[in-house]
Design a protein around this ligand. Structure first.
Ligand code: IPD
Ligand code: CA
Ligand code: CA
Length: 268
């Protein structure tokens, strides 16, 4: 930001609003979890519920009430260009398949960026009431207490997370090859169903690493910042700078990163 932007909100103000909005949205999603909401298909396996859209509408309304000139990029066909360089990158419900099956693991992911710089991010799990957050350069926290990645030194001792693409029935890149390879090299692999939460589990040391193909900016913008602020590393599968498009995401505590890159290079 330039000195001309004195009246622009700072990262901490933005974080405060992102937290407030994610809590409001979380309450809505939690209240409606066991009710009779409608479920549609975006693709063969790719579901969207009435609640994905209701959550996104609530977030859009709240962001624009306070910041009418900010852009919003959100999963359910929402791409509003702002006029001040700020944009909110939003997954209103990360874990839709879980939600549609009433499996209570899902989150709201909100990051706020200025141009290409992600300034702050929040991932909120309303069921466990765990709120992960970070401001760039100021560390990461879980329910306001600082978090750090794990100190696991080698893949052999690690617990990893991953996910599978919605087009798994129609692509050669199923991730099943990597899954088999890692299954033989680690203490275990978890598939929680919310990539944003997976990233936060790496940030808080519950997982030592995570990899997934075909993610989107709204899945990773907040979680990747939270991992980096917790001392972890995010790259693509080759260990190069992570692309915000999320096509190949590798995240870890840093210590096992090189070993993960090596495993991702091998095919079954
Ligand atoms: C999905 C979840 C899931 C991951 C998928 C994502 P959605 O997001 O993050 O864990 O494996 O690739 O698309 O559709 O529930 O918002
Ligand atoms: Ca998602
Ligand atoms: Ca979603």
């Amino acid at each position: 930001m330039t000195p001309l932007d004195k009246q622009q909100p700072g990262p901490s103000d933005l974080l405060e609003d992102a937290i407030r909005i994610s809590r409001l949205t979380g309450q809505l999603l939690k209240d409606r979890l066991l009710t009779d909401f409608s479920v549609d298909h975006k693709g063969e396996l790719d579901l969207v519920t009435e609640m994905d859209r209701a959550a996104q509408d609530l977030i859009r309304k709240e962001v624009h009430l306070k910041y009418p000139h900010h852009g919003i990029l959100a999963e359910e066909d929402l791409d509003i260009k702002g006029s001040q360089g700020f944009w909110w990158i939003v997954d209103p419900l990360d874990g839709t398949t879980n939600y549609a099956h009433r499996f209570p693991v899902f989150s709201i992911s909100i990051a706020v960026a200025h141009e290409q710089d992600v300034l702050c991010g929040v991932v909120y799990n309303p069921v466990s009431e765990e709120l992960f957050s970070a401001v760039r350069g100021q560390g990461a926290s879980l329910n306001a207490l600082p978090i750090r990645v794990s100190s696991t030194q080698q893949l052999d001792d690690s617990l990893l997370g991953t996910g599978f693409p919605y087009n798994i029935r129609h692509t050669a890149e199923t991730n099943l090859d990597h899954f088999s390879n890692f299954a033989l090299r680690t203490q275990g692999i978890r598939r929680c169903g919310s990539a944003a939460l997976d990233l936060c589990f790496v940030a808080s040391g519950r997982l030592d690493g995570f990899w997934e193909l075909n993610l989107q900016p709204w899945d990773i913008a907040a979680g990747a910042l939270i991992i980096r602020e917790a001392g972890g590393v995010t790259t693509d599968f080759e260990g190069r700078e992570l692309k915000m498009d999320g096509s190949k995401v590798l995240a870890s505590n840093g210590r096992i990163h090189r070993e993960m890159v090596e495993v991702l290079k091998t095919s079954v």
